[in-house]
Write a protein that binds this ligand. Structure first.
Ligand SMILES: Nc1nc2c(ncn2[C@@H]2O[C@H](COP(=O)(O)OP(=O)(O)OP(=O)(O)O)[C@@H](O)[C@H]2O)c(=O)[nH]1
Ligand SMILES: [Mg+2]
Length: 397
């Protein structure tokens, strides 16, 4: 059984820590370096998002088909992509521009890794006192420019064809097809911006506003405020989270280094650590140096509720993209292959019948109704399921 696998793209200028974040999340070994463009080809790896495991509520121990369970949390696999660094002018093909945009296109949601220590400049070279706000603005406007170019191609095509009765929204949606936009959505955005359904009446600012709004809706984004293990990082974090200009941004405090250090120490048997947790236990002797390092990390995870690596992925998927996790259940707890084998990630609007189709086409085709395994109540085909629901699907076969 395999359902849709969601893809999270790690983006940002060079040297912000994308590969470090990627390695910390996936425990892969992609090269990291204090020089720009360490990464050229994107790497795809498996990371996890956590959701409370349903099994303990039912007095059972789960047997996951994919992912794993630790400390009562189910770790559900997702794809993580470590994308090449983005430099100003990428939409015109600078740096690894075009390659970058192609990779980015495949991501459902983005984690923008930002170096909050301010020690790398716009091109990823070492510096002091760089304002991370510039990087946040730069990435967004770079993406906007890219969307704008494609939107303009659509407008151009519409101009050439609109005597043939082609609908504007349809032409634009087709041009922006790669971003997964529908004509309806495009039309709604045009109306919400109070624009007429006639591009001849739009000026440059209108076109940019349209491109930006489509971008915001099709590429939700979380900012991972990385390198917060540095004093400068913390200062910038305080300043930027208090800046009204950034109150709409979703900013997750993070240290890729802390996450990796904890996972390494766990592998070496020095600590017991569940990824995402806000504490850990030291279970073996450590050198003075290692012990001091671990105590610094302990302060960090206590102050920020974890290293932020898990949190950034989860905020991206559950909050920005609005997904929910649904367990396949058995109301009579009569499991054929072990309890609670599967949990699927579904769009927020998914119904009982959508869930059946997620499990398998045959199950969708034979769908009768669902059962909420907690309340034992029947769930109709159009019932929108709740996050963390446990659902048995009853079918004709
Ligand atoms: N202090 C601190 N440094 C970090 C952290 N994460 C990454 N770094 C350092 O930042 C530098 C760049 O890290 P990479 O992971 O290679 O950055 P990247 O964004 O993948 O860079 P490119 O592949 O060149 O685009 C390295 O020297 C890392 O050790 C962190 O959480 N804290
Ligand atoms: Mg890299």
């Amino acid at each position: 059984m395999s359902a849709v696998s969601y893809k999270i793209g790690l983006v940002g200028k060079p040297s912000v820590g994308k590969s470090s974040f990627f390695n910390a999340a996936t425990m892969n070994d992609v090269p990291e370096g204090a020089y720009p463009f360490t990464t050229i080809d994107p790497s795809v790896g498996e990371a996890y998002v956590r959701t409370a495991c349903a099994a303990p509520e039912f007095g059972e121990e789960c047997a996951p088909n994919v992912g794993y369970c630790a400390d009562g949390e189910r770790f559900v696999p997702v794809k993580l992509v470590d994308v090449a660094g983005l430099v100003p002018g990428a939409h015109e093909g600078r740096g690894l521009g075009n390659q970058f945009l192609t990779d980015l296109n495949e991501a459902d949601v983005l984690v923008h890794v930002v170096d909050f220590s301010g020690k790398t400049d716009a091109e990823g070279e070492a510096t002091e006192g760089h304002d991370p706000r510039e990087d946040i603005d730069f990435l967004e406007s770079e993406l906007d420019q890219w969307y704008l170019e494609i939107l303009r191609k659509g407008i151009e095509r519409y101009r050439k064809t609109h005597f043939e009765d082609v609908e504007l929204a349809e032409e634009l949606a087709e041009q922006m097809n790669a971003f997964g936009t529908t004509p309806d959505e495009i039309e709604r955005v045009i109306r919400r911006l109070d624009l007429e359904l006639d591009p001849e009446t739009w000026d440059d600012a209108d076109e940019l506003a349209l491109a930006r709004t489509i971008r915001e809706r099709t590429k939700p984004m979380v900012i991972a405020a990385n390198k917060l293990d540095t004093p400068e990082g913390r200062e910038h974090y305080e300043e930027i989270t208090a800046d009204p200009a950034y109150e709409d941004a979703t900013i997750v405090p993070a240290s890729a280094h802390a996450e990796k250090a904890l996972k390494r120490a766990a592998e070496a048997g020095v600590v017991e650590y569940t990824p995402g947790a806000d504490d850990f236990d030291v279970v073996a002797d450590a050198s003075d140096e290692q012990a001091a390092g671990l105590e610094r990390i302990r302060e960090f995870v206590a102050a920020f509720g974890g290293t932020g690596v898990q949190a950034a992925l989860e905020v991206a998927l559950f909050e920005e993209l609005g997904l929910k996790a649904i367990f396949t259940g058995d109301a009579s707890l009569d499991w054929t292959h072990g309890p609670f084998p599967d949990v699927f990630l579904l769009p927020g609007h998914a119904t009982t019948r959508d869930f059946a189709y997620y499990i398998h086409t045959d199950i969708g085709d034979g769908f009768l109704h669902g059962i909420d395994c907690r309340s034992k109540r029947q769930l109709g085909r159009d019932t929108v399921l709740e996050h963390n629901a446990v659902v048995e699907v009853v079918t004709t076969n």
